[in-house]
Write a protein of this length. Sequence first.
Length: 414
Amino acid sequence: MKNIFLFLQLSFASVLILTSCSKEPIDKELSSDIPTSCITPSIFAVSTLSNDNMVQIDWDKTFGDAWEIQYGAEGFSIGTGTIVDFTSTSSSITGLTAGVNYEFYIRTKCGNNNFSAWLGPVSPGNELTACTSPTNFTATRLLTDVTKVSVSWLANGDENSWQVQYGNTGFTIGNGTILNSTTNNKVVSNLLENASYDFYVRSICSSDQNSAWIGPIVVNAFVDPACVAPTNIAVFRSATNNSQAVINWDAGGTETSWEIQYGSAGFVIGAGISVIADFTSTSITELEMGSYDFYVRAICSVSQNSIWVGPINLAEASGIGSNEALMRANIAGIQYDNMVPYVYGTTGIDVVVLNNAAPIAEPRYLWIQGVTTDNLLISSEISLYLPNSLWENGDYALFALITCREQISVKLNY
């Protein structure tokens, strides 16, 4: 069998695949649990009915230049009332019906479908002062004890009670841990030093009136400068097994253990599947056909990890069958479209990493092998050695060394 051993020329065409307030809601449409930077008016006043069909409207115009008022019969649900758009020069609503007990709500319009929370209800002849959100909100991990976070804020009204809500970064408001405070600061304890958290705060003005949640302030996981994150992460599916992927990386320091976390594309760290690896390459099995995201971090000690690096996306499987070629090649003008692994193909491993234990400054190689036929008498074998700096899909211009001088164009399909 004729053997052709190739090294890549360093020219290739490819791309590395690698604060507002409202009363406690009486309707789901009034929920202030969704944080927003669009600020609700702090004061909303509605005059008594005049001419049996009109009221005068006044409100705090400090923030914004457009507002939305919704009104209806007493007890109506937000979303079912009449909506009127207001500007700073608007002042009245007409066309009302005498004898109807009306209620009015107002919110700020900040553009791009961004609104503040609703303030209301206000009945004719009354004025409502909003529960004002805190300002100058900060959250900082304590250097003396990285399992604690100090949270502080400034009162923006005469309130003297607040709530802090926190959870893993990306959590949904309402699903976090809530702590009450009668001072404008709070120390949150018993946190994980290697986890990232989101923090929110809101004012409590009365038993039925809260401000909107302000936040999130993100407190990142504590990272020891000596624990360096891995680099050059690459992930690809097996050419003959869609349910298997290989992920490789370079050590960031002297660590000898790493954690891989993966899940469906877009998953939140902490909700994925974790795998511990003792080498800078590992196989992930039992994958589905969908798209996956991968993260990797170094494990430097029992209690200290590096930051997560990722996501590195693995595209949805295209239905490659077990009989598909690992590569195709044009050798001396003859096209081969069904090259399959020869030496190590029978082991079920289609790609081998050589020199995997190399020091950081030295490259590792991806060995990909194919043969043009199973007949050893007429078979041509091609072996590719790709340094880890070139581990990516693409078309490559290759030149044979020693045994052959023809230029060979090879397309990798791993």
